[in-house]
Design a protein around this ligand. Structure first.
Ligand SMILES: Cc1cc2nc3c(=O)[nH]c(=O)nc-3n(C[C@H](O)[C@H](O)[C@H](O)COP(=O)(O)O)c2cc1C
Length: 185
């Protein structure tokens, strides 16, 4: 029996669901993200860490532009989990038929979320399968009436969408395993 059991304390969370959007060289995309956290006590400017998969087109756009928009999704945006979390922006424009505005630097911004931050990349850490983006917010919008969407809300998605998300998750785990860096720093 190995030391790592199938159940783990890291599985016991109910993280907020974020939408990361990015644009570069005339292309745009967005992906669902949960691995997002502040990394400084100092409130201004806000410093946020975002872990993005090397497999994601959004990650490529963030790397190219050095900026991203981080939206906290509202309960009403549960259907966006499938829109932004199941397919890749390499193959389609995920914003088609949505009311999108743009930041001064051209990042897609979506209204009716709980709010957003425009985040400037300060440093990156390449872990192989992931790029950890250490960012600082340069602009912010907050909607105090918002009701944040969380991982537990995924249980309210239709069964076929839940199944599709589960299959994609397994594919991403297998692909990511090929890229994980095991060297120590
Ligand atoms: C609940 C949920 C949480 C996710 N969390 C992350 C995350 O923290 N980081 C990440 O890079 N991808 C995350 N993903 C996966 C991306 O949203 C997904 O692969 C997306 O289709 C990538 O689209 P893109 O290729 O247009 O960037 C998550 C997906 C879901 C459904």
């Amino acid at each position: 029996m190995g030391l790592l059991s199938p159940g783990s304390i890291v599985d016991h969370s109910n993280r907020e669901l974020y939408l990361v959007t990015a644009a570069a060289a005339g292309r745009r995309s967005g992906c669902i993200a949960t691995w997002v956290m502040p990394y400084s006590l100092v409130p201004q400017p806000r410093r946020i860490l975002i872990s993005l998969s090397r497999l994601n087109f959004t990650q490529e756009l963030v790397a190219a532009r050095g900026q991203l928009a981080l939206h906290l999704l509202d309960q009403a945006q549960l259907p966006w989990v499938a829109r932004f979390g199941l397919s890749s922006g390499r193959d389609q424009d995920k914003f088609a038929d949505l009311a999108v505005t743009e930041s001064p630097t051209g990042l897609p911004l979506l209204g009716d979320t709980c709010g957003w931050l425009i985040c400037q990349v300060l440093q990156t850490v390449d872990t192989g399968d992931r790029v950890l983006y250490l960012t600082e917010a340069v602009a912010e919008h907050f909607n105090p009436a918002g009701r944040p969407l969380r991982e537990a809300d995924l249980g309210r998605l239709p069964p076929d969408i839940q199944a599709a998300l589960g299959e994609k998750y397994q594919r991403d785990v297998a692909q990511s395993a090929l890229y994980v860096r095991r060297d120590r720093v």
